[in-house]
Design a protein around this ligand. Structure first.
Ligand SMILES: Nc1ncnc2c1ncn2[C@@H]1O[C@H](COP(=O)(O)OP(=O)(O)OP(=O)(O)O)[C@@H](O)[C@H]1O
Ligand SMILES: [Mg+2]
Length: 600
């Protein structure tokens, strides 16, 4: 239920109007009353004097044995005298204005009075209020005086009273105006400055702190106005400094969150609003732990335990985004040492973390490049050593070969034993020659000449060298090539050897024939080559060994164990990767990944 608002003006004006109204009416009433009493007093005094003069005349005529008829006649003619009686000491009326009363006994006991009596009475014929003067004479009988009775009319006084009231009523508008004007002026005088103060408060409330009120008086209102202006000035200074701090905290790159002792958020800066992902109104008043979990690492319950000052954490902000932050917390305490506020300063370290990650990756790459370089150096050194050694061995080998052919041709008739020995030497020299050739080839992989190459063409080039053999051995080749050529940065000759080696291995693994499936496709920035056969497969425990140099399961003279070592080396030198999957009895699948050349 709304309480009715009564203005300050009404509170001042109406009580004063009522007060002056009542006072005015009372004053007028008293005034009329006093005036009437004064008139009555004057009238009585006049008639007492009149009674005195008449009593003197009556007394002197009484002793002469007559009555002052002239004076008594005049008495009867007097307007204000309603009746007169001359009463002897026995209470009998000797003389009266009414002859009928002569000789009659007066009813009133006051005829025995020795003092002048003035009393109120009522005229029986008209019920009119009158005054009766009983004036004792010096004529005495039996010790009692004669008395002169005068009935005085108050009619003229009533008339004058009425005229006075009428006059007052005719003046009442003026009086009312005075009664109204004075409180009006007074109320206005008090409320106008207050209204100005209220208006000023509203204007200042809207943010105009330059507004001041003119001071025109030196009274209490003037002092109040002066105090108000000073307050506004102080407020402006304080507000300016508040804005100043507001600007500072909102310009901060770090997030600032201030909570009360229970974690209720009281203040956030713009960086915090951005970090948390909610609107400012949604954040204020909420418990910090309902937005981000700070409890686990800022333990405040045990008083002795100092809170962690700064630590790294992951904040799960709106939209389940995980943001790495460095969060610090400090406490504001009151004079009793109780925590009243907690201030969290939070720094989003996503960029730092990203840079850190980039650095780690760069370091990894650098390490790889370094390893590669070392590897290249090693291979180069090995290559040099191998080629040097190979050449050194190659010459004696060719001499041995030429020698054995010479022996073979010079001795036409050879014993069975010699024949076999010559063949064995020939075979051994051939094997040694093959190994040397492969070592030289392996060593050559350290010096690649990379140019853009169509990968499918390279595969075909490698396989073409044994394609006829494959056909002969009942091995079918199934190609699944992309419609658009894929280019890689490659050494054409070396890379084609990879596929020659793979095809040779597949051929060896499928003595009864089978299928070689080659699938080429691109994935992201990689060119993928799947090389699969339906051969005997490789046992799982041997899979890790097949790339080792000189690992072979083939009979002596059949394999050197350098094929896949060479393949891995060449693929690595092309910044690629090779993987193998196999199942005994079902086949083997090699997957080669090479960096695709970007289309310009
Ligand atoms: N497709 C395959 N199917 C089954 N086994 C394979 C296949 N490819 C390689 N292997 C196994 O891996 C071994 C090593 O192969 P690698 O090519 O390195 O040497 P090799 O073929 O034995 O000799 P080289 O290639 O020097 O003539 C082979 O001996 C064979 O046991
Ligand atoms: Mg091989």
């Amino acid at each position: 239920m709304s309480e009715k608002k009564i203005s300050l003006f009404s509170k001042i004006f109406y009580p004063i109007v009522c007060f002056f109204g009542v006072i005015g009416i009372l004053t007028l009433f008293l005034f009329v009353r006093i005036q009437t009493q004064n008139m009555e007093k004057t009238l009585i005094e006049e008639h007492l004097l009149f009674a005195q003069i008449l009593s003197l005349q009556i007394e002197s005529y009484y002793y002469k044995g007559t009555w002052p008829f002239l004076a008594l006649k005049k008495l009867s003619e007097s307007k204000n005298i309603l009746f007169w009686r001359l009463v002897n000491s026995d209470g009998e009326i000797e003389l009266a204005d009414n002859i009928n009363l002569w000789g009659k006994k007066i009813q009133d006991k006051d005829f025995k009075t020795k003092k002048i009596i003035v009393k109120d009475s009522v005229l029986p014929s008209t019920n009119e209020r009158i005054k009766v003067i009983i004036y004792p004479l010096r004529i005495k009988e039996n010790g009692n005086p004669w008395t002169l009775w005068l009935g005085i009319s108050l009619r003229n006084i009533r008339k004058a009273q009425k005229e006075l009231i009428l006059a007052i009523f005719s003046l009442s508008p003026l009086l009312l105006l005075i009664i109204y004007l004075f409180p009006f002026y007074l109320a206005k005088n008090i409320t106008t400055p207050i209204k100005r103060l209220v208006k000023a408060t509203q204007i200042i409330g809207k943010g105009n702190l330059d507004y001041t009120i003119d001071i025109s008086t030196s009274d209490e209102v003037g002092i109040l106005t002066h105090a108000f202006n000073k307050m506004v000035k102080d407020l402006k200074n304080k507000t300016v400094s508040l804005n100043y701090f507001d600007t500072i905290i909102n310009t901060m790159a770090d997030s600032l969150i201030v909570t009360d002792a229970h974690g209720k958020i009281e203040l956030v800066n713009e960086a915090a609003v951005k970090l948390l992902g909610y609107k400012k109104e949604e954040i204020l008043g909420k418990n910090i732990n309902s937005l981000v979990e700070v409890k686990p690492y800022f333990s405040f319950k045990e008083e002795t335990k100092k809170p962690v000052e700064s630590l790294e954490a992951i904040w799960n902000v709106k939209g389940k985004k995980e943001i790495p932050v460095i969060c610090s917390c400090s406490e504001v305490k009151n004079e009793k040492g109780e925590v009243i506020n907690r201030i969290y300063v939070v720094r989003d370290i996503t960029d730092i973390k990203e840079t850190e990650e980039e650095l780690i990756q760069a370091y990894k790459k650098l390490k790889e490049t370094q390893d590669e370089l070392i590897q290249t150096e090693k291979i180069a050194a090995l290559g040099k050593l191998a080629s040097g050694t190979a050449h050194e061995i190659k010459n004696p080998l060719s001499i041995i070969m030429q020698g054995i052919y010479l022996v073979d041709s010079l001795v036409p008739e050879k014993s069975q034993e010699l024949k076999e020995t010559i063949d064995m030497i020939k075979e051994a020299v051939k094997r040694a020659d093959t190994v040397i050739k492969r070592i030289l080839n392996y060593a050559r992989a350290s010096e690649l000449k990379l140019t853009p190459q169509n990968i499918c063409e390279i595969i075909d080039q490698g396989i073409s060298l044994i394609e006829e053999q494959l056909k002969f051995k009942n091995i079918k080749i199934e190609r699944d090539y992309p419609p658009k050529p894929i280019f890689v940065q490659a050494d054409r000759v070396m890379l084609s050897q990879v596929f020659l080696n793979l095809a040779t291995n597949s051929q060896d693994a499928m003595p009864e024939g089978g299928v070689i499936r080659i699938k080429v496709y691109e994935e992201d920035d990689q060119c993928i080559i799947e090389f699969e056969d339906t051969g005997i497969g490789i046992p799982q425990d041997k899979l890790s060994k097949i790339f080792e140099p000189f690992y072979t399961t083939k009979k002596p003279g059949k394999g050197t164990g350098l094929g896949l070592a060479m393949v891995e080396l060449i693929i690595n030198r092309h910044n690629g990767k090779i993987d193998v999957e196999s199942e005994v009895g079902r086949g083997t699948k090699f997957t080669i990944k090479l960096p695709k050349l970007k289309e310009e």
